[in-house]
Unconditional design. Structure first.
Length: 251
């Protein structure tokens, strides 16, 4: 098989997954968008968290042209990305009991806020504990995960539960366990993960739904414009001034 055919197979796999989440998660996407719009209207703040490569989808909706200015990144030192050394430390920290509690205790999260938690497997202690504790604080939780992991793996949290068990809305990315779409007889391990593509698209669909829901209620969505278009910085300055008490990435 030629390399170009493998590339085509990956695109086909990714497109297939995107179609599945579009069709099968439509109700949950609508519910998540409405929940975000409710939070904005009610004066709440928006946060997103993901560990490891799940952090990429969280970062994709924070301080983003065309995105909601109110979405803030909830960062946990050592688990956001692969810049920590050694990179395996990030994976290890996801399994540490009590870390989420410490993070939430030191965060600005409060009752009435909303937290998007992204975890492909949803099985590690960090996302499970974070969802449980956030809801106990009165925070709404949107979980983005592959529900398949809950039936094909064991939980790593002491409760035996998964992220999906502690959310107000669950968005199922439909990613198969192992997150690799392609196989080849001459390659022993499966390869070509699609979770970043699908999860990012899923969340952008939710953000679009939220913007539409706000507009439908007569509220101008607090959207950011690109700083690389004329007037973009001025627009963003106005939005950030108006909503400055709910934007934490400027401080």
């Amino acid at each position: 098989m030629s390399d170009s055919k493998l590339a085509g197979q990956f695109f086909d796999a990714a497109i297939g997954l995107l179609r599945r989440v579009r069709d099968e998660d439509a109700g949950e996407i609508e519910a998540a968008g409405s929940l975000i719009a409710d939070t904005v209207v009610d004066g709440g703040r928006l946060f997103a968290f993901g560990a490891g490569h799940s952090s990429l989808a969280a970062q994709d909706i924070v301080y983003r042209a065309g995105g909601l200015a109110l979405m803030n990144l909830l960062a946990v030192p050592g688990v956001v990305g692969v810049d920590v050394m050694p990179a395996t430390l990030g994976s290890a920290l996801e399994r540490v009991d009590g870390l989420a509690s410490a993070v939430l205790d030191c965060s600005p999260l409060r009752s009435g806020d909303l937290l998007v938690i992204i975890s492909l497997s949803g099985r590690n202690a960090l996302p499970v504990e974070m969802a449980m504790n956030a809801r106990a604080l009165g925070v709404k939780v949107i979980g983005v995960t592959s529900v398949a992991y809950a039936t094909e793996t064991t939980s790593r949290h002491v409760s035996g539960t998964y992220l999906k068990d502690h959310c107000d809305v669950v968005l199922d990315s439909r990613i198969p366990v192992g997150d690799a779409e392609l196989t080849l007889d001459s390659i022993e391990a499966p390869f070509a993960p699609a979770s970043t593509v699908v999860t990012s698209a899923l969340l952008q669909a939710v953000m679009a739904t939220a913007a539409g829901a706000l507009a439908h209620r007569g509220v101008e969505p607090p959207l950011l414009r690109s700083g690389n278009v004329d007037g973009g910085h001025e627009w963003n300055g106005r939005v950030m001034t108006e909503y400055g008490d709910r934007i934490f990435y400027r401080h």
